[in-house]
Design a protein. Structure first.
Length: 367
């Protein structure tokens, strides 16, 4: 079958780390309250010079470097985001320019909120099969701090910024993909660049009910399509919205909790970036098993949902500190053995709510 095989990853986090204690000095909350209800302890928010686009460029550049491919090998670039700094040029076009990707190849943004990376995979696969080419660059990036009211404790404790990128190869490999949508405003956000636009608002209970229904259904759908079982999977990488959602589904599925990757304690909910950031962390820690399938499950605003099963191309993990900050590399690449963590960088753009946020930046821990 014409499936997608993961061959390289990249990631980027903004330079400001926001702890629960820092938030407790701004709104009526506490570290214990946030952690017990969400599993989140810290999240990363963009500085004045950071944006979803610059995070995306950094993550994409890292993935391309790790892949051993040339820019000319990339047949399409798809970026999933709901917090692009500009209506146009799209983030994907900014990535194309920054990385020197060919001009006769498509580059576009899509918005499916927290399911965006999976929608991006589907779009990329479709373009590879219809337009030709073997390799696709798919990015999930967000600057959700640009869309938040930092004085609203029901949302400001949840969301973080970041970017993850993946390079996929069109291959005859086990693969399944399912997508769906149901129009609803239980999770809503205004535009990131319009003065006075509405911040993120959410009916938490309704979103929870939706998520604990969508997650296991998506997983069962892709397992059935590939005739695999949960035990066959190396990992289940879910959208990192809330620890309670994943724990609820683990219990309902009677699954091994160790198979479900979690990182929301360090990053919060990064929407479209959460799945590729998690994949990159798994790659950098040497926990992706070549040839063994894994599942990715997304659910979120729209409402949207999606699930995929894919395999990992055989890779080398790198350890030489002099090497580029790589995690996954093609076996035939010339990289030395080694690995480094997610790129930390400084990028650009401000939100309509930054005037409120600026009152407490000084109290926030900066990594």
């Amino acid at each position: 079958m014409n499936g997608l095989q993961l061959i390289a990853t990249g990631g980027a986090l903004p330079g400001r780390t926001i702890t629960n204690d820092a938030l407790s000095r701004m709104v009526d909350t506490s570290d214990a309250w946030i952690t017990s209800r969400t599993g989140i302890r810290t999240r990363h928010w963009c500085t004045e010079d950071e944006s979803a686009a610059t995070l995306a460029i950094a993550a994409a550049r890292q993935a391309l470097d790790r892949s051993g491919l040339a820019p000319a090998d990339i047949a399409c670039c798809v970026c999933a985001t709901l917090s692009a700094p500009d209506a146009t040029p799209s983030v994907a076009c900014q990535v194309q320019a920054a990385l020197g990707l060919p001009e006769n190849r498509p580059a576009l943004d899509i918005n499916a909120a927290c399911s965006g990376f999976l929608y991006g995979m589907a779009v990329a696969r479709g373009m590879l099969t219809t337009l030709g080419g073997q390799y696709a660059l798919v990015i999930g990036c967000e600057a959700l701090s640009r869309l938040m009211d930092p004085t609203d404790r029901s949302t400001c404790v949840l969301f973080g910024d970041g970017a993850g990128a993946a390079i996929f190869r069109l291959a005859d490999t086990p693969f399944a993909l399912t997508l769906g949508a149901r129009g609803s405003d239980v999770l809503h956000a205004g535009g990131p660049s319009r003065e006075g636009s509405a911040p993120i608002t959410m009916d938490g209970k309704a979103v929870f009910r939706f998520a604990v229904d969508a997650l296991p259904k998506c997983l069962h759908t892709v397992l059935d399509e590939t005739r695999l079982t949960l035990e066959d999977l190396s990992w289940v990488v879910c959208h990192q919205a809330n620890s309670r959602i994943i724990d609820h589904c683990i219990k309902a599925l009677q699954a091994d909790p160790a198979k479900f990757y979690k990182n929301m304690d360090r990053h919060g909910n990064t929407s479209a970036a959460s799945i590729p950031v998690a994949l990159n962390e798994l790659a950098e820690s040497g926990q992706l098993t070549p040839g063994r399938p894994l599942a990715c499950i997304g659910f979120g605003g729209g409402l949207t949902w999606g699930g995929a099963i894919l395999t990992i191309q055989r890779v080398e993990i790198m350890s030489d500190e002099r090497a580029p900050p790589l995690s996954l590399a093609l076996l035939d690449s010339s990289y030395p053995k080694g690995r480094r963590p997610l790129a930390k960088l400084t990028v650009k753009r401000f939100s309509v709510f930054d005037r409120k946020a600026s009152q407490f930046w000084g109290s926030c821990h900066r990594r």
